[in-house]
Ligand binder design. Structure first.
Ligand code: ATP
Length: 359
């Protein structure tokens, strides 16, 4: 008998539904090659569109159903013109992370073809100097922690708090070290310990967790230096761990050196739940044109299959990874963001056609 996995599908706004459709196209094709597993998909309306309909971008009833699923596949949510009465943008994806305690933001940065990078001298998958590292972002505290706290009005100042707890720092550092153990065994802490006491504390926790993982080499890099090093020598990193806001910024910088937001998948993981989504937003200017790059979403589907941890889903994740490598090895296979004219749906078709189930 097949094992069933239930997946909540949240297309969201803007290009979200378009890229998710390609992710599902590839997921269904992979499912056909895996006799022992089945995927039960359930779609839910969330985001700015849902806010306009019901007044809540992430209704409680929907959240309840999402909690019951084995995983969540998300496109993107929010539109710049749709704001709360106080003018603040909707942030349902941040709310979702906090409500489901998805503390572990995993953002792989991988260069698939030398021509995708604005940097010179980096090789395509399997050759030369490689860009292949993972940013592990703490998702539930750090500089985002006080964002929803009530504020007195009419003051001449505002503050945001960088909150680092021992529990929060320990669990994110452990997640980063465990990942590094499965990769090239190097873990870099990105902080600002020379200036901020919260970051000095993060460093002491990182150093004590590091002692649990003697096989993993460690280093500390200040956030400002990391901005420099990601341009000068991104091939020298394997896994890097950092607080919420720094991770947010480094994720976009990382995406920028491998072809842009359309190339950056992500997983937001907790002990029970996992949300898999492209690192990009809703890109309203591209919506409805059929030109968005679906690779980030397709790779997020692969991360979901890997996370399920069933031998067949892990194989499925591998099939998708290899298919993406094969498709992108041909520089003619590019969507508009990479200077080509392959459409969103054509890119999904190409990946599907390159899934090769032979061992
Ligand atoms: P958010 O604040 O919701 O994360 P953002 O302001 O960071 O969103 P994005 O929507 O991620 O913005 O878009 C950033 C840039 O990347 C835009 O130029 C957009 O057109 C481009 N972009 C994002 N996703 C894709 C994609 N899948 N394919 C092609 N271009 C994309």
């Amino acid at each position: 008998m097949s094992q069933h996995f239930s997946i909540a599908v949240l297309g969201g706004d803007g290009i979200g539904p378009e890229v998710v459709a390609e992710g599902i196209k590839v997921l269904r094709a992979v499912e056909a090659a895996l006799p022992g597993v089945r995927f039960d998909l359930m779609e839910h309306s969330v985001g700015a569109g849902e806010f306009l309909r019901s007044g809540d971008p992430l209704p409680e009833a929907t959240l309840g159903r999402i909690r019951e699923s084995d995983a969540i596949l998300l496109g993107a949510m929010g539109l710049p013109d749709v704001r709360r009465p106080n003018g603040v943008e909707l942030t349902p994806q941040i709310d979702l992370r906090e409500k489901l305690d998805l503390y572990n933001g995993v953002r792989p940065i991988r260069l698939y073809h030398a021509s995708h990078s604005p940097l010179h001298g980096y090789g395509t998958v399997g050759s030369g100097r490689r860009i292949d590292f993972v940013i592990v972002r703490e998702n539930c505290e750090g500089l985002f922690s006080g964002r929803l706290a009530p504020r007195p009005s009419g003051r001449d100042f505002e503050t945001d708090t960088m909150r680092i707890t021992r529990r929060g720092a320990e669990r994110i550092c452990r997640a980063a070290f465990r990942l590094a153990e499965k990769r090239r065994r190097k873990c870099t802490l990105v902080d600002k310990a020379n200036v901020l006491p919260s970051m000095a504390f993060f460093r002491t926790v990182f150093d004590s967790v590091a002692r649990e993982f003697p096989a993993v080499a460690t280093e500390h890099v200040y956030i400002d230096a990391m901005a420099l090093f990601l341009v000068q020598r991104p091939d020298s990193f394997d896994v890097m761990v950092t607080e919420n806001m720094f991770g947010d910024i480094l994720s976009d910088l990382g995406a920028g050196i491998v072809g842009g937001m359309g190339m950056a998948p992500s997983a937001d993981l907790g002990e029970k739940h996992g949300v898999f989504q492209p690192a990009h937003g809703t890109a309203p200017a591209l919506a409805g044109k059929g030109i968005a790059n679906p690779i980030a979403t397709i790779l997020s589907v692969a991360m979901m299959l890997e996370w399920f941890g069933h031998p067949e889903t892990v194989r499925g994740a591998n099939l998708i990874e290899r298919a993406v490598e094969r498709v992108l090895a041909d520089p003619a296979h590019r969507t508009a963001d990479l200077g080509g004219n392959v459409s969103t749906a054509q890119m999904g078709d190409l990946v599907r056609a390159n899934l090769d189930p032979r061992p």
